[in-house]
Design a protein around this ligand. Structure first.
Ligand SMILES: Cc1cc2nc3c(=O)[nH]c(=O)nc-3n(C[C@H](O)[C@H](O)[C@H](O)COP(=O)(O)OP(=O)(O)OC[C@H]3O[C@@H](n4cnc5c(N)ncnc54)[C@H](O)[C@@H]3O)c2cc1C
Ligand code: FES
Length: 428
């Protein structure tokens, strides 16, 4: 055999060896990928089972414990934390005074507080949404915005009674009283449909509870969170939302600043300039069947609901939460019950107070009528959700200008969201 033959053979051996090694590496790589994919599949199945079990356990506990607390319950404030640069939004962490377990709640629900505000003859009743995930079992959290007198209000208009008290007076160690979680603005944790949350200002609180619940249960749903505020100084829970945006690829956060200042960074602090509107959601509307949860100022909620309806979203897929008087007043002016003409008057008797007055459409709700005539009427949310104003309807009929969160009992009504349809006699 000649030297060139030997060189050729050696060359072939080397090429063969290299090819075999390449083939071996490719097979090993493919094997590793296949094993990794199998482990991923097993992990995902296991995780889904665990998440499902956790949800079932959580639901079971909710059913069992929700009955356990009726009337007011005492809570101790264990932490307070400002949530924005302006320091007008503050979170309060509450633990039960009796050290008994905390009942789970549905993300989106609220607590109704009876606050002992100095100078007030009776406890001031106000609702505050629970703002953290119900899977967080160590505390309840609420997040309260301090309300100043509206810019267009007459000189001397007082700031918000309860929110000022909560911000100025309530400190760590103080005790407050609240009714059990309630409200129908709840996220369906078992659904797998894409979920779109739309928050305006402090209306983010129940939606953050929903968002936290979704990420805490490692939901793989497509999740959109639209948040509208004026600028960076009002932007609440900035770091928390940013962390979620970066950690969970299925969560898309869209922040709109309506009045950005020169120091607000587009693309970092916020995504778009302007208001949150349905135009931002167009791609979602065309392609998928989403569930919408909206909470914010009345103008924003009105606009979004109308535009979603116009885009063909069925009403049962749009859930709304109103934060009280402002929203209700706006609604009552706009959509007074059809039975009442502008010039029509009804006789309203507040039986317990012994007052008889006339109602016309411009008087607004029966609660507003009572207040305007100095009739003392209990109220809390002024939005038909807390039930505090519930009163006996001895005679006559009323129209609801807004759907109540819970139907009042027989021969009862919620004056904060009703107008008379005939002469009425109320147990107030
Ligand atoms: C279901 C639900 C959930 C809620 N969740 C939250 C939440 O998570 N966070 C939150 O911050 N809020 C929430 N709210 C709103 C909250 O319950 C209170 O309505 C809010 O804190 C304002 O209460 P206040 O006592 O401070 O203001 P109020 O004393 O009721 O006053 C409201 C506004 O009216 C102005 N005002 C007072 N008197 C007059 C007058 N004579 N003329 C004109 N204007 C006047 C005040 O300056 C103030 O701006 C929620 C409400 C509901 C119904
Ligand atoms: S005040 Fe809450 S339901 Fe009327």
């Amino acid at each position: 055999m000649q030297l060139t033959d030997l060189t050729e053979i050696a060359g072939w051996v080397l090429v063969g060896g290299a090819s075999a090694r390449a083939l071996f590496s490719a097979v090993a790589f493919a094997g590793r990928r296949w094993r990794a994919a199998r482990l991923d599949r097993e992990y995902i199945t296991l995780f889904d089972e665990l998440a499902d079990k956790a949800l079932k356990k959580f639901d079971g506990e909710r059913q069992r414990l929700q009955q356990a607390w009726s009337g007011r319950r005492k809570f101790r404030i264990v932490q307070r934390t400002y949530e924005n640069q302006r320091k007008d939004i503050c979170s309060f962490y509450l633990t039960p005074y009796d050290n008994q377990p905390l009942p789970p709640f549905h993300p989106g629900q609220f607590l109704t507080f009876h606050l002992k505000v100095p100078g007030q003859p009776q406890p001031v009743v106000r609702c505050y949404s629970l703002s953290d995930s119900p899977t967080e079992r160590r505390y309840y959290r609420i997040t309260v915005k301090r309300l100043w007198a509206p810019a267009n209000a007459p000189q001397g208009t007082p700031p918000g009674l309860a929110s000022s008290y909560v911000h100025d007076r309530l400190q760590v160690g103080d005790v407050v009283e609240a009714l059990a979680p309630s409200g129908a603005f709840c996220l369906d944790l078992k659904s797998q449909r894409p979920v779109v949350m739309v928050a305006g200002g402090v209306g983010l609180t129940p939606l953050v509870s929903m968002l936290n619940a979704l990420v805490a249960t490692r939901s793989r749903r497509e999740i959109w969170f639209f948040y509208g505020v004026r600028n960076r100084t009002e932007h609440a829970m900035y770091d928390h939302l940013d962390r979620i945006r970066r950690a969970f690829p299925n969560v898309r956060l869209v922040v709109a600043y309506s009045r950005p200042t020169p120091t607000c960074r587009k693309g970092i602090d916020y995504d778009i300039e302007g208001h949150v509107g349905v135009t931002l959601m167009k791609p979602l509307l065309a392609a998928r069947s989403c569930e919408f949860y909206v909470c914010g100022p009345s103008a924003m909620m009105d606009g979004i609901t109308k535009d979603l309806a116009a885009a063909g979203v069925p009403p049962e897929d749009i859930k709304l939460e109103a934060f009280g008087a402002a929203a209700v007043k706006a609604t009552s002016k706009r959509s007074a019950a059809p039975a009442a003409d502008a010039g029509q008057t009804f006789r309203v008797e507040f039986a317990r107070s012994g007052r008889v007055v006339q109602w016309t459409k411009s008087d607004g709700t029966l609660l507003e009528l009572a207040e305007a005539h100095g009739v003392k009427a209990r109220c809390g949310c002024r939005a038909g959700v807390c039930g505090t104003c519930q009163a006996g309807l001895r005679q006559g009929e009323v129209d609801y200008i807004q759907r109540p969160a819970r139907e009042p009992g027989a021969a009862q009504c919620l004056p904060c969201i009703t107008q008379p349809r005939s002469d009425v006699v109320l147990d107030i």
